[in-house]
Design a protein around this ligand. Structure first.
Ligand SMILES: [Mg+2]
Length: 164
């Protein structure tokens, strides 16, 4: 398995129910924000994603946003969602993920990083020694050119989607 291969690939975070996470041995998630929880240009997460967050929180799953976005924007969203966050995380470097795990007192072996980018989220998870879950990006056509430019290469590296 390469460092760009996610441990699990799903279409959307909505597939990650409490039951599914329990089966996977997970009780905490580090969540990428842009194109994972919301459309790139939107200020808000999709309503169904909001419900998913509320359900997992109520079920006792640990949650923390870990984004490369800047503090002001990510902080505003985190406040709306009532979630802790690490902004300017510099993924694919592992430090943001590690500090989220420490700050939240999560068990690293029962935590997964969930995100849409192999070169950021999945690589960071591998480097931090955390289970990685790849989701398909929400509205990738809204992304800036430098993210879109990486997508074909990422698809090539990922091969087929599905569980690995
Ligand atoms: Mg993203």
């Amino acid at each position: 398995m390469s460092i760009f291969s996610p441990n699990l690939a799903v279409k959307s975070v909505l597939e990650l129910s409490r039951e599914r996470l329990t089966e996977l041995g997970l009780d905490a998630l580090l969540l990428d924000v842009d194109c994972t929880l919301k459309e790139y240009r939107s200020e808000d997460v999709l309503p169904e994603v909001r419900d998913w967050i509320d359900e997992l929180r109520a079920a006792g799953v640990g949650l923390c946003l870990v984004s490369n976005g800047l503090g002001k924007r990510i902080g505003r969203l985190a406040e709306k969602l009532d979630l802790p966050y690490i902004a300017a995380a510099c993924k694919p470097l592992p430090f943001g993920l590690r500090s989220a795990v420490r700050k939240m007192d999560f068990d690293r072996t029962r935590t997964a990083m969930v995100g849409d980018q192999l070169f950021a989220d999945i690589l960071a998870a591998h480097l931090a020694g955390i289970f990685s879950i790849l989701v398909e990006p929400i509205s990738p056509e809204q992304e800036p050119w430098f993210t879109r430019a990486k997508r074909p290469l990422e698809r090539g590296l990922a091969g087929g989607r599905g569980e690995t």
